[in-house]
Design a protein around this ligand. Sequence first.
Ligand SMILES: *Cc1c(COP(=O)(O)O)cnc(C)c1O
Length: 388
Amino acid sequence: MPNKIYLSAPHMSGNELKYIIDAFETNWVAPLGPNVDAFEKEIASYVGVNEAVAVSSGTAAIHLALSLLGVKSGDKVFCSSLTFVASANPILYQGAIPIFIDSEPETWNMSPDALKVALKEAVAKDDLPKAIIVVNLYGQSAKMDEIKSICREYCIPIIEDAAESLGSLYKGKPSGTFGEYGIYSFNGNKIITTSGGGMLVSNDIGAMEKARFLATQARDPALHYQHSTTGYNYRLSNVLAGIGRAQLEVLNNRVDTKRAIYKRYYDELAGIPGIEFMPELERTFSNRWLTALTINQEVSGISVNDLLQTLAIENIEARPVWKPLHLQPLFEGVKFYPHLEGVDVSKQLFEMGICLPSGTNMSENDQTRVIECLKSSLKIKEKNVVGY
Ligand SMILES: *Cc1c(COP(=O)(O)O)cnc(C)c1O
């Protein structure tokens, strides 16, 4: 059996142990400490926001953002449908009601057209959402200008789920800094990792102070233990923040590598009929966290599921595109607004989409193995591929 090729494995820089040892030597083995403070400052400065609050996961960061926006039981929250379930679970934590918005084909992210229709209907029923969660899939930014201007019209705050898009840009500005709040994830499979962790970012310094308060059990300023609101235990460990600091040092390098991996797949496979790569919208810069593409079965002669199986036999981990949340049993009966009447873009992307191994520590030979397996599955001899 050849070695396993993972979708996106953790990739240490080598500097992590220095920060971990420092945490141990100073005995800051706690959910606070110098690494946490420094990691927050470093992320805030990297993306250019006033404040960052380090938390135990990206999911926790979304939950805090909803809390800060006063989302409570019975409130509506709009959310991208084509995403990981973690984008929407915190809506349920608050007892609020999600409403899912379809993707559009140019970014695979929230369709401004669908959003417009959804908000028009909501305002007519006097039932506007309290917040909108906009996801940047696989590193590609959503159409933020369009989405922001629609949200501004109705005064709806945006939470930008940039869990997958740290290091990406939209018109030169860092991904995650377009909403009232942005969130990043440092889960093991993300572009940089703390093994598990997340970050909430915002320019609202007062709100971020409140985020720290909520994330540490909401303890009132009193000598004894006094609490007047529900808090959470969401702070990031000082040991793990140390890993994050070393990872952040190589983030730009990781983005370059992810983009080079994408480019090689593109150069080798884009000529095969029936294959289309996830686009990169003009004036955006994607970190290409995962290389994603769609396969038209009628043209290519193979289904996504068969291709995934063929890759699995070769010990290559590939994955389907996220299953849209409006198609999940968990969200059965939840309202969904398609991109166009009768056109469900996220469902099409789910049915045709595949994510290829994109780990920055994947060797050139490993990527060749993936490419060869894809080429032979797609029944295309190398010499027949356009340009090769
Ligand atoms: C990974 C991810 C999250 C959740 O982050 P965790 O740190 O795993 O909680 C949220 N949204 C998206 C789009 C993700 O990919």
